[in-house]
Ligand binder design. Structure first.
Ligand code: BES
Ligand code: MN
Ligand code: ZN
Length: 467
């Protein structure tokens, strides 16, 4: 998708024209349209084949924000793709400050996972953003940022959508190394041998049931002064989660290819931060394993020792995410000396029971850092919602035979999982996003295709940029 910016209303030959219409403008459209034809509500569409104009509703004027425009631009792009139009002019003279979200929304809407489809869908070839001359420079800069972040989200989605027979810890590490070469990031991969030697007991335990061994992938972006401690972005990347010996039911198990999405958010964010040349030190840490049952698999009752020497009693091998993250968070704290740690993980179905598929669960041990994360998510247009870390949850996961157990039962499942992770952050400012139900969608939405959503990339980029 080639994106250009212009201040002239250049003749839009063979390009569809996208017009954003707040609800109060609906009645002023010419030729007049009925409310039934076009409501003007957010993402409502009205297309005229004669003029090639596509009106997109923005809803109530007072509520219009970056999110409204991002979604509306996405819905417009999805529609144009559907009717086979490949070029668009976006009339943005009234909304120049939303050039970033508009470009981002169109880039996100243009992506579809079609590597294995015989029939490919139409892709948008060119999009021209039209603003007034005085807004051109600012719109260009914002649009370029939106394009970079949007492409990074799509990159995360594209890796996340790969099935587990093709994308497993080793091939994920290969992909990260390629990213390192492309973007001048330093990538270090701990393979099984190195993990064993380094005593990463969590990754080894979860990965030992699979013939495809685990990896810890460390990606460094050094944009800040040498002395600046990095912020650590940690991601769960279980390339397939069968549950292991505590095996999952068959229904929808195929969705567990998306159990790597926390790690993919980190991968995408690192790509964007490198491309944007953000002047901060950042370390991305991806804990990757395949959780399989088998003769070599870890078992309920096993007691394992994490990278920082803590002992975990395994109750349920399906609570594997927290076990690999224990190692990764400890590594961020001890080896990277992170000033703050944020982890993203498709950690619990219970988080979905609590919040539905409308927000990620948000936990923190540090109010000041937590506020930054909340503000970043708000600005990025990704919804996260505060959840508690009462000491009761810590009681619930105390073990009779070790420091901690990996499951505290059904009640408060998202919170006990977070309390588990908190143990490994110790005194380092830490935040955790449980993205289990935000990471993928089974069906197309108005502004985004089905599959991995890339949730988290935008919040991470925003967090680091404002850090
Ligand atoms: N990967 C799952 C969580 C998940 C569920 C992600 C649904 C996306 C959609 C995680 O590893 C898991 O299995 N969690 C268990 C924890 C339990 C065994 C304590 C869960 O949520 O049931
Ligand atoms: Mn699991
Ligand atoms: Zn999992």
């Amino acid at each position: 998708m080639k994106i250009t910016f212009a201040s002239e209303a250049a003749p839009a030959k063979d390009a569809a024209v996208i017009r954003f219409v707040p609800r109060d403008q609906r009645a002023k459209l010419k030729p007049a349209v009925s409310e039934e034809e076009f409501s003007g509500k957010a993402n409502a569409l009205l297309y005229s084949r004669d003029t090639g104009t596509l009106c997109v509703g923005l809803g109530e004027r007072a509520k219009i924000d970056a999110h409204t425009l991002r979604s509306a631009a996405g819905a417009a792009a999805m529609f144009l793709k559907k009717i086979g139009r490949t070029r668009a002019v976006v009339q943005l003279a009234d909304w120049p400050k939303f050039a970033g979200p508009v470009v981002e929304g169109m880039v996100l809407a243009d992506y579809r996972f079609e590597r294995f489809k015989t029939k490919k869908s139409t892709v948008l070839e060119s999009v021209k953003i039209q603003v007034l001359a005085e807004d051109l420079a600012a719109a260009k800069a914002a649009g370029k940022h939106g394009e970079t972040v949007g492409e990074a989200v799509n990159f995360a989605r594209d890796v996340a959508n790969q099935p587990a027979n093709l994308l497993y810890p080793e091939t994920l590490a290969d992909r990260a190394e390629k990213l390192g070469r492309d973007f001048d990031l330093e990538v270090t991969v701990f393979d099984e041998k190195k993990l064993r030697a380094g005593k990463f007991g969590g990754l080894i335990a979860v990965g030992q049931g699979s013939v495809r061994g685990p990896r810890l992938i460390v990606i460094e972006h050094r944009g800040g002064p040498k002395s600046e401690k990095p912020i650590a972005l940690v991601g769960k990347a279980i390339t397939f989660d069968t549950g292991g010996i505590s095996i999952k039911p068959a229904a929808n198990m195929e969705d567990m290819i998306f159990d790597k999405c926390g790690g993919m958010a980190v991968l995408g964010a690192m790509a964007a931060l490198a491309e944007l040349k953000v002047k901060r030190n950042v370390v991305g840490i991806i804990a990757s394993a395949e959780n399989m049952p088998g003769g070599g698999a870890y078992r309920p009752g096993d007691i394992i020792t994490t990278y920082d020497g803590k002992h975990i009693e395994i109750i349920n091998t399906d609570a594997e995410g927290r076990v690999v993250l224990a190692d990764a968070i400890a590594y961020a704290r001890l080896d990277c000396k992170a000033s703050a740690i944020i982890d993203l993980a498709t950690l619990t179905g219970a988080c979905g029971v609590a919040l539905g598929e409308y927000a990620a669960g948000f936990f923190t041990n540090d109010d000041a850092f937590g506020k930054r994360v909340l503000a970043a998510a708000e600005k990025a247009g990704e919804r996260i919602w505060p959840m508690p870390l009462f000491t009761d949850y810590e009681e619930q996961i105390k073990s009779d035979v070790a420091l901690i157990k990996n499951s505290g039962g059904r009640l408060g499942g998202a919170c006990t999982a977070a309390a588990f992770l908190k143990t490994f952050a110790e005194d380092t400012p830490w935040a955790h996003l449980d993205i289990a139900l935000m990471a993928y969608r089974e069906k197309d939405r108005a502004d985004m295709a089905r599959g991995a959503t890339g949730f988290g990339v935008r919040t991470l980029v925003q967090l680091v940029e404002g850090y």
